[in-house]
Design a protein around this ligand. Sequence first.
Ligand SMILES: [Zn+2]
Length: 224
Amino acid sequence: MQANEHYKYMQMAVAYGAVALENKEVPVTAVLVHNESKEVLFKAHNMTNITLNGTAHAEFIIYKHLMEMYPDSHLEKWKKSTLYVTVEPCIMCASMLDQVGISTVVFGCPNERFGGNGSVFNIRYNSNYKIIPGVCHKDGISLLRQFYINENDRSPNSINKKKRVLKLEDFPKFNYSKFITLEEFTNIWGIEFRSIYENNEFLEFNENGELQPPKKSESKRIKT
Ligand SMILES: [Zn+2]
C-alpha cells in the first residue's frame, strides 16, 4: 500500500462513522483493503449495542464476514490485507489480528485504556504485523466526542444538563514512540518527516492524501 493511500482508506473508515452514529453505536469503524487488488473487502463499525455482545467490535464483525464469505481462504485474505481502523485495536482485537496474520494495521487515535498495539500491550507475537499509527488521529477522536455528546443529550438523567459543545480544536499530542520506532516511522513516511515523530506532531494530509511537511516549531513565539 502506498503512503498516500493510507489517508484515502482511513477517510473511508471515518466517513462510515456516520453510520455508526446513526445506529447509536460507539463509532469505531474499520475498512479491510486487499493490498494488491485494492479491493475493499468489507467495512464495519462496532455493534456491541445492537447485538448486546461485548465482543462485537468492528474488527470481529469483519472477521465473521470473511469467514462466511471465504470459508476456505479467509486467512489468505487477512494475510494480504491492510486494516484501517479509526481507533487503535483493543487487546482482544489486536490478538485476533495477530493470530490471523494480517499484514498491516493502520489506526487513528490511541485506545489508552485497552489498546493492544502499544497503549497497554503490543500484541504481535505470531505475525509481527506492521503498525501505522496516527493516521487521521483527530477524526478518530472527533467521532468519539460526537458520540458522547449525543449520548449525554439523550440521557434523561444527565447530571450535566448544560449542552456540551463539540470540541474540534483541542487534541492531545500523538506519542508515536509508544507504537513504533523512529526508523519504522521514517520507513513509512520518509526521513524528511522525522520531526513529526520527534515532536509528537500530527500527520496532516492534503486532499490527494499527500503528507504535509512538518510545521516549523512555534514554541519560541511570545504570547501577547
Ligand atoms: Zn476490539
